[in-house]
Ligand binder design. Structure first.
Ligand SMILES: [Zn+2]
Length: 258
């Protein structure tokens, strides 16, 4: 008798098959893909480092405008973690799949830039990014590295080299609109894709959480890889509730060898 493969192995095969057949596969990633890189989900409660302060309040546009010192005190340990973080095997596997033309691109809820660090090119950052900063006075954009090293090390607030204005990280704060271009691009991708793979998102933060619905309403396949169940698990072709840093590389290996 042939031993029956475990449920997970069968699911990995099935996801690999869907990816091989897809003409326009899109991946939607959330905080869960970066937790194996040591970045806690700062939006959820009780995640240690930031539970002293209520992120909804301190990481808001209002606090940034009225009390930037307080915002930057809160932001400093997060900035430090993110700038020192390295992509994990899930980020790297997705970058390989893009290079091999197996996925069209990534829509991410993360601001950590780890998909870029891993080598992904087509990344839509729905909640903005910490890779760049913009001046609040003259709107000059600058690479974050240049400023954030001295901020992380010495606590110096980032100031514009042109006008001296305060620089704001390009991450979307609470109370701030989502970047419109990113939102349009993500909607277009969700409507055009024939496979959406959700990885490490609990699909709890709107409006991004509604994107997979747009995909399946137009007949796309849906795969959900997340360590907890989401509201769309019942509509998915395949769900795997395990560590994405193990599952995604296993899937990529199947796709790229197959
Ligand atoms: Zn400026």
């Amino acid at each position: 008798m042939i031993p029956r493969p475990s449920q997970t192995l069968t699911s990995i095969d099935y996801v690999a098959e869907l990816l091989r057949k897809a003409k326009h596969a899109v991946v939607l990633t959330g905080a869960g893909i970066s937790t194996p890189s040591g970045i806690p989900d700062f939006r959820s409660e009780g995640t240690g480092l930031w539970s002293r302060d209520e992120p909804m309040e301190v990481a808001s546009l209002n606090t940034f405008r009225t009390d930037p010192e307080r915002f930057f005190i809160w932001f400093r340990p997060l900035a430090s973690l993110i700038f020192n973080a390295i992509p994990n095997p899930a980020h790297i596997a997705l970058a390989k799949l893009e290079k091999a033309n197996r996925i069209h691109g990534i829509i991410t809820q993360n601001i950590d830039g780890l998909h870029h660090k891993a080598g992904s090119n087509n990344v839509i950052e729905m909640h903005g990014t910490l890779r760049t900063l913009s001046c609040t006075q003259c709107f000059q954009k600058a690479q974050a590295e240049k400023y954030l090293k001295s901020f992380v090390e010495k606590g110096e607030l980032p100031r514009c080299s042109e006008c001296g204005g305060l620089m704001k990280p390009d991450a979307i704060l609470f109370g701030e609109q989502l970047p419109q271009n990113a939102w349009y691009a993500a909607q277009r991708d969700s409507r055009q894709c024939d496979l959406m793979l959700v990885a490490g998102s609990s699909l709890e933060v709107l409006p991004v959480a509604g994107l997979p619905m747009q995909a399946i309403d137009r007949g796309a396949h849906l795969v959900i890889l997340n360590n907890t169940a989401t509201y769309l698990n019942v509509r998915a072709d395949v769900t795997i509730q395990e560590d994405v840093a193990e599952i995604i590389p296993a899937i990529a290996e199947q796709v790229l060898d197959g």
